[in-house]
Ligand binder design. Sequence first.
Ligand SMILES: Nc1ncnc2c1ncn2[C@@H]1O[C@H](COP(=O)(O)OP(=O)(O)OP(=O)(O)O)[C@@H](O)[C@H]1O
Ligand SMILES: [Mg+2]
Length: 342
Amino acid sequence: MSAALRVRDLHVTFPTARGPARVVRGLDLEVAPGETLAVVGESGSGKSVSMLAVLGLLPGSASVTGSAELDGRELLGAGEKELRALRGPGVGMVFQDPMTSLNPVLTVRRQLVEGLRAHAGRDGARRGRDALLARARDLLDEVGLPDPDRALRSFPHQLSGGQRQRVMIAVALAHDPAVLVADEATTALDVTVQAQILRLVRRLQDEHGTAVVWITHDLGVVAGIADRVAVMYSGRVVETGPTGEVYASPTHPYTRGLLGSLPDIDDPATGADRADLAAMPGLPPDPVDPPAGCAFAPRCPVADPACAGAPQELREVGPGHAAATRCPVPAAAAVGAGVSRG
Ligand SMILES: Nc1ncnc2c1ncn2[C@@H]1O[C@H](COP(=O)(O)OP(=O)(O)OP(=O)(O)O)[C@@H](O)[C@H]1O
Ligand SMILES: [Mg+2]
């Protein structure tokens, strides 16, 4: 199946006083229609910057190279007008900072109804004003806003952080996008509302085949919703595969570290428990001077001198499962891979 979003060899470099900061260094990822890809990795690993780069939302000072195709159409290097046309109906975005996704000078009602109208127009199904407004109210209700009518009348700054977050999700979903990029979309929300939103996204995905890129620190959410997971370290994917496979047989020492102190996840679907990425000793690499070899080697408990040599390429370690490490597949992984292959 062709990918809804395919990113190849993405590089993002920012100028800094100390020299160019290579924040994303050869990122590859893709997500198919109807699929959920979770992107995890510690703070500063380049998760948000990658997605902002793909969507053409970084400041002009950033240098971006590589390829990012939305349903086969190249986004990188597209002009602003062309990009808006591709991105508008194609991608719904929920970013860490709600003000990146919401227009501060328009009421929630304007932003929601506009999205719904754009989509209705595309379907050729001209819906009346009242129907659009009713749908807007329903969406706000579905994302758990207690007073949808008040929210509709409000400007973004008149809402609380959690309310803005939910409005942003509703606005992103109003377009019925082919790809939804959600960057820590539910982090600020309590577990009940979070579970409600995850269910809503799942339903839309089932109904419309939405591809979802879900960026999160919350491994409980990953386990609950993601078909596949991509682990980022220092601007690259260091391990990727089906979620169950990666959780059962993490192969890169960084992934093993992240999952190492994972508390029991009671029931990710209901958000009964939350499990954040384990804090790892040591500091992430300096993007101005990234290590030549495996970027994790300086912090890695099992690195040997050869790890500091050539950078590690992703290699297959199980069905659909790849890791960029010289480490052998751990015993549990070898068993898992053997069972599923045979
Ligand atoms: N405009 C900018 N100029 C220079 N450096 C930047 C800029 N924006 C981001 N960076 C740097 O890029 C790196 C990656 O940042 P990014 O926001 O993508 O991290 P992240 O993985 O999303 O982290 P978090 O989990 O905290 O959200 C960081 O080192 C950050 O300081
Ligand atoms: Mg981020």
